[in-house]
Design a protein around this ligand. Structure first.
Ligand SMILES: [Zn+2]
Length: 315
C-alpha cells in the first residue's frame, strides 16, 4: 500500500531530480498518443510507473524500473539526455588522452525550414548529406572523429520545422596549416554542395581554444547531447496544434538515431562497450550497482495519479 512519503531524489549538487514533472508530461504525451490512435500509447503510459531505488550514502540510486524508450517521451528524453552527456564525456576524455595535440570544432549546419508533411524525408536527406560531407577530401584529410546530433524546433506560427545539425569534430593540428584550414564560408559552400541546395545555407563553425578546451568540451558535449525536440514544443495549452505537430514528429523520428558517431569516436564507443548499453536508461552513468544487494536497502516509489506524485510503497 502507499506510504506517506513522496519521492525526493537529489543529485550531487543538491538539486531535486524532476521525476514528478517529467511523469506528468509523460502522461500528457500518452494521452495525445491515444487521441492520435498510436499503438504504443498504452506502453508510454506505463513508463516509469514503479521506481526501485537503492539507498546509498550518496543518496538514492535508481536500481530498477521500466522505461518506454520513446524518443518524445519526456521521461525517457530526460534520461537519454543525461546518458548521452555522460557517454560523450567518457568518449572525449579518452580520445583527448590519446590525441593530446588534436583540436576540436563545433559545427552547426542549417537549412531552410521543412514544411509540415516533409520533415521525415528532409531528415533522411540531411543525414545522407552529412555523411557525404565527411567523405569530401578537404574535410576527411584532417578529421579524426565526430559526433553529430539532430535538433528540431517547431515554429508554431509558420507551421514548419527548423531542423539543424550540431557536430562536434576532432581534427589533427594540421587542420590549421595553409591549404587545410576551412573558413565558415568554405564550410557553407561544402554543405551547400553535399546537401544539393540552390541557396547558400547558414553555417556556423567555432574553434575550441586550447586554453578553454576542458570547459568548452564539457559545454559542447552537453550541447550535442541535449534534447532532440524540447517537449515544450509539442506539449502546450493548444491541444489541436500539439496533436498536429506531434503526429509529424513521431513519423519523422521513427527509427532515427539522435546521435551518430564517426572515426575514432566510434571506435572508442565500441571499446568502452557503450553501444551495448545504448538502451539502458536506468544505469545512465554506465555503472551497475556496486553495492551488494544484501547490505543496501531498497525503496520503492509508485506513481499515484490522485496525488500526482511518486509515493513510497510499504509491504
Ligand atoms: Zn518513456
Amino acid at each position: 500500500m502507499f506510504g506517506d512519503k513522496v519521492l525526493i531524489d537529489k543529485d550531487k549538487k543538491g538539486n531535486t531530480r524532476p521525476w514528478k514533472e517529467k511523469k506528468i508530461d509523460n502522461l500528457t504525451y500518452a494521452e495525445y498518443l491515444y487521441l492520435l490512435q498510436v499503438y504504443k500509447a498504452t506502453r508510454v503510459e506505463k513508463c516509469g510507473n514503479i521506481l526501485t531505488f537503492k539507498e546509498t550514502e550518496k543518496g538514492l540510486k535508481l536500481h530498477q524500473t521500466w522505461f518506454c524508450k520513446s524518443r518524445l517521451c519526456p521521461l525517457c528524453a530526460w534520461r537519454y539526455t543525461m546518458k548521452n552527456s555522460y557517454e560523450l564525456s567518457s568518449i572525449l576524455n579518452l580520445f583527448y588522452k590519446r590525441n593530446p595535440k588534436s583540436r576540436f570544432l563545433f559545427l552547426t549546419l542549417t537549412e531552410r525550414n521543412a514544411p509540415q508533411g516533409e520533415l521525415k524525408e528532409t531528415l533522411t536527406e540531411m543525414n545522407r548529406s552529412l555523411y557525404k560531407l565527411f567523405k569530401y577530401k578537404k574535410v576527411k584529410k584532417d578529421l579524426l572523429g565526430y559526433v553529430r546530433s539532430t535538433e528540431i524546433t517547431v515554429n508554431r506560427e509558420r507551421k514548419d520545422y527548423h531542423q539543424h545539425v550540431h557536430v562536434l569534430l576532432a581534427v589533427s593540428s594540421s587542420y590549421f596549416k595553409k591549404g587545410h584550414y576551412l573558413s565558415q564560408n568554405d564550410w557553407s559552400i561544402l554543405w551547400q554542395k553535399a546537401r544539393k541546395l540552390d541557396y547558400k545555407p547558414v553555417v556556423n563553425i567555432k574553434i575550441v581554444s586550447e586554453s578553454e578546451k576542458d570547459k568548452s568540451l564539457v559545454a559542447g558535449a552537453k550541447e550535442v547531447a541535449k534534447y532532440q525536440v524540447k517537449s515544450s514544443d509539442y506539449l502546450t495549452d493548444d491541444v489541436e496544434g500539439d496533436l498536429e505537430f506531434l503526429e509529424e514528429l513521431e513519423k519523422a523520428l521513427f527509427h532515427k538515431r539522435q546521435l551518430s558517431f564517426g572515426g575514432e569516436f566510434k571506435e572508442i564507443r565500441k571499446e568502452l562497450k557503450l553501444e551495448e548499453r545504448e538502451d539502458d536508461l536506468v544505469h545512465i552513468d554506465g555503472k551497475e550497482d556496486e553495492e551488494s544487494s544484501e547490505s543496501v536497502k531498497q525503496v520503492v516509489y509508485i506513481w499515484n495519479n490522485s496525488v500526482k506524485n511518486y509515493v513510497n510503497w510499504v509491504d
